[in-house]
Ligand binder design. Structure first.
Ligand code: SF4
Ligand code: SF4
Length: 283
């Protein structure tokens, strides 16, 4: 089973458009959306949720005022300065180490594991789809991305699938590293702008560090030929293939409005180029 991750330096470069279309074109795969902070692949795949499970985040620690005798021991012990003078725990400073919980002579401290989001297992007309949503302000997006990916792997192995197609998060943070670990191929979608080139360079550095085969797709390459040339030169210098140059195409916007993969919406120039990508990689 091969894992193909589609990445981009920032949101809005066409990463999800490409992932949705490849999901529609490729047979025998499981689809996963590892962008758990701002998932949007589901908007184009119209999933029917079959199962949902809670994603447990960190501990939430609380002092029960009615039991607390204000002895001060917990404040003394907490190395993170998370307990105020009036014995209230600051969620941002608390690391959930459990020391105060174990030490309190009055058993006045409670520790609960909080639900930080949900993982969904869905059916789509393109195959099985794993996606998730982390609640706003919650941490652990890297761990949630890993859980989404592991679930996709389990299903892929169980059902003897050939591919896992992963919509990775934008940027180079923890969830990106989680999506990349163990991948066979990273496709980086970029746009011909100055910031696009800098973002691209940061991800290529990451994929090359992890020794993952990498290919570049230049989206809307015809909006700036000079920058496109620069990306091509950059690819040559780094030994990274420019897999495709997708032209600007109004159909992409229309397909998004209609909540469907562009290859299903039209046979225009963007769809034709995505079909080429599919043939080059998956035959
Ligand atoms: S150790 Fe327990 S009793 Fe003492 S101040 Fe902390 S919460 Fe209150
Ligand atoms: S759980 Fe640890 S970090 Fe949090 S308040 Fe208690 S001692 Fe401090």
């Amino acid at each position: 089973m091969e894992e193909i991750v589609i990445l981009s330096g920032k949101g809005g470069t066409g990463k999800t458009t490409l992932t949705a279309s490849l999901s529609a074109l490729i047979e025998d795969k499981v689809i996963a959306d590892c962008d758990v902070d701002a998932p949007d692949l589901h908007l184009l795949l119209n999933p029917e949720i079959k199962e949902e499970k809670e994603f447990k985040g960190g501990y939430r620690v609380k002092i029960e005022k009615e039991r607390c005798v204000e002895c001060g021991l917990c404040r003394q012990l907490c190395r993170f300065g998370a307990i105020s003078e009036d014995f209230i725990i600051d969620d941002f400073l608390c690391e959930g180490c459990g020391l105060c919980f174990n030490a309190c002579p009055q058993k006045a401290i409670k520790m609960d594991i909080e639900t930080a989001g949900y993982i969904y297992l869905s059916k789509t007309k393109y195959g099985e789809f794993i996606h998730a949503q982390l609640f706003p302000g919650e941490e652990n997006s890297g761990r949630l991305s890993s859980e989404v990916k592991n679930l996709a792997r389990d299903i892929g192995i169980r059902e003897n699938k050939k591919y896992i197609i992963i919509d990775g998060p934008p940027g180079i943070g923890c969830p990106v590293i989680a999506s990349l670990s163990g991948a066979d191929l990273a496709i980086i979608v970029t746009e011909p702008t100055q910031s696009g080139i800098s973002d691209l360079a940061r991800i290529v550095q990451l994929t090359q560090f992890f020794k993952i085969e990498t290919k570049i797709v230049i989206n809307k390459y015809d909006i700036n030929f000079e920058m496109t040339e620069k990306i091509e030169e950059y690819g040559k210098r780094k030994g990274v293939e420019i897999l495709s140059k997708i032209p600007f195409c109004e159909d992409v916007i229309e397909a998004l409005k209609n909540k469907m993969p562009v290859v299903e919406y039209s046979k225009g120039p963007a769809s034709a180029e995505i079909l080429n990508i599919k043939k080059k990689i998956f035959g």
